[in-house]
Design a protein around this ligand. Structure first.
Ligand SMILES: Cc1cc2nc3c(=O)[nH]c(=O)nc-3n(C[C@H](O)[C@H](O)[C@H](O)COP(=O)(O)OP(=O)(O)OC[C@H]3O[C@@H](n4cnc5c(N)ncnc54)[C@H](O)[C@@H]3O)c2cc1C
Length: 452
């Protein structure tokens, strides 16, 4: 193994190497590997196994909070593996494991194509896709996981394997939504879609109008077509230079939306929301890759405490509950409390789909706060729990892996039959439980890994 691929606790670059995108997470693995190729990954997996270490793959560390202790674990960070290839004729992309969504979106857009990217430009393609992947285009094209056409990974034996519909089909099924428990993914191939532009924007209202605006928005979501995806959200921007005026330090209730329909058809749909008189309306036709800034996610690492929840419905009573949970309309310290309608293709099962075939819920909630210290983190966590408790009557009984930043039982993500099938795959491909994921699939029968 190349020595520059490996960083140990006494090395000068240790603190830099072990850092996650979520700066609130203090990762303390036994060692960090920074492979540059699939062959490097083979070497690091064999190195870890020869020393009795477990292996935790990580792209960016966006979802590092759920990982727990990394003792006796080699953290394999794929950030140096950044190759992107677009095949415009086949409308597919092949990306290496460290590629970020903004990089694919830009490369695909050069050919008039779009990927099922997440709302944030610097989320990793691999972690997002292994967990499902809800994009702005998801109600039309489904979960990103189900647009994946092939996965290359290094398995527990330290061998390179390609999984697709024809080869290793059960492993391929598990990788599409089942998370990172099955190996170190070195590359993904997936479908792109012929979309160059979208009509998208944000309606900003003062936060004091939260109840009225979100009640109107929740009614509005009931019959908008699949071509329209929206988010209803409370946003409280910190007063920092990163945030442009006039948003800096401001508190808003917003409706974000993107549409694959014409401007005029979308304007007609938006009319009842515009009649509420937004303070700012940013809707415009934009190049599809600019969707990465619509949700106003931070474009660099930040310390955050967040968590999500799937809802079977989000009626007016649920709006009232989320508003009441903040104490007063502007009483919450959370940066964002967002609700996104799912449905459309995200809820339509196809026989060729992977482990996360659909999301069995009508809405997804995600709340997050900035936490500069562990004490602030505890305050944010408590406020998120208050929001979750307020929405408990609408709990869908399921969780979405990508929006869950706490440890949760596998059955909550997949239902018991799918989870048992995932456990069977895990037992076959990784019987010694070498690979550690933030949301692990346990060995069949809940067997624990034998001590190293
Ligand atoms: C600001 C922000 C915006 C987001 N927006 C969206 C959104 O719009 N839609 C959505 O669905 N989700 C969204 N998410 C959630 C995001 O999809 C998850 O956090 C996801 O896990 C991030 O993947 P990652 O690779 O960047 O993170 P990581 O923390 O690096 O990876 C998460 C997990 O994926 C697995 N993994 C990563 N790389 C590999 C690999 N090479 N081999 C095997 N397993 C691997 C591991 O189990 C790892 O623990 C958002 C998160 C944030 C913080």
């Amino acid at each position: 193994m190349k020595t520059e691929s490996l960083v140990l606790p006494h090395d000068p670059s240790w603190n830099e190497a072990r850092v996650a995108w979520n700066l609130a997470v203090d990762q303390q693995p036994a060692a960090v590997a920074l492979p540059e190729s699939a062959e490097d990954v083979v070497a690091v997996v064999r190195w870890a196994r020869s020393r009795g270490l477990r292996v935790a793959p990580q792209g960016t560390g966006h979802n590092a909070a759920a990982m727990g202790s990394l003792a006796h674990t080699l953290l394999v960070k794929t950030e140096r593996m950044r190759g992107v290839e677009i095949d415009p004729d086949a409308r597919t992309a092949r990306v290496e494991a460290g590629v970020l969504w903004a990089e694919v979106a830009e490369a695909a857009a050069e050919h008039g194509l779009a990927a099922l990217a997440g709302s944030s430009p610097d989320v990793g393609v691999v972690g997002y896709s292994l967990g499902g992947g809800i994009s702005w285009l998801g109600r039309c094209y489904g979960l990103a996981a189900n647009s994946v056409t092939a996965v290359e990974l290094v398995n527990a034996e330290g061998e390179i394997v390609r999984a697709d519909h024809e080869n290793e089909s059960e492993l391929f099924w598990a990788l599409r939504g089942g998370g990172g428990s099955f190996g170190v993914v070195t590359a993904l191939e997936f479908q792109l879609y012929p979309i160059a532009e979208v009509y998208a924007g944000v309606l900003f209202f003062p936060i004091e109008r939260g109840t009225e605006v979100l009640r109107a928005w929740s009614r509005w979501t009931e019959d908008v077509p699949d071509e329209v995806t929206s988010v209803g959200r409370f946003l409280q921007f910190p007063p920092i230079p990163d945030i442009p005026e006039p948003l800096r330090g401001g508190s808003f209730v917003v409706v974000e939306a993107t549409s694959l329909l014409s401007e005029s058809a979308t304007d007609e749909l938006l009319a009842p929301l515009r009649e509420l008189g937004p303070a700012m309306d940013t809707f415009a036709t934009i190049p599809v890759q600019r969707l990465s800034s619509l949700h106003m996610d931070p474009e660099h690492p930040v310390p955050g405490v967040g968590d999500g929840m799937l809802l079977r419905d989000f009626p007016e009573e649920a709006v009232d509950a989320i508003v009441a949970a903040a104490g007063a309309d502007s009483g919450s310290p959370l940066l964002s409390r967002a609700v996104r309608p799912l449905g459309g293709a995200l809820g339509r099962m196809q026989p060729e789909h992977g482990a996360l075939a659909t999301i069995e819920a009508r809405f997804a909630m995600f709340a997050v706060g900035i936490s500069m210290t562990p004490e602030m983190g505890a305050v944010m966590k408590a406020h998120i729990e208050v929001v979750q408790a307020a929405l408990a009557s609408w709990d869908a009984g399921r969780d979405y892996l990508n929006f869950t930043e706490r440890r949760e039982r596998g059955e909550r993500f997949f239902g018991s039959a799918t989870y048992r099938r995932l456990q069977t795959v895990k037992g076959k491909v990784d019987p010694d439980d070498v690979f550690r994921s933030n949301h692990p699939v346990r060995l069949p029968g809940g067997r624990l890994r034998k001590a190293a």
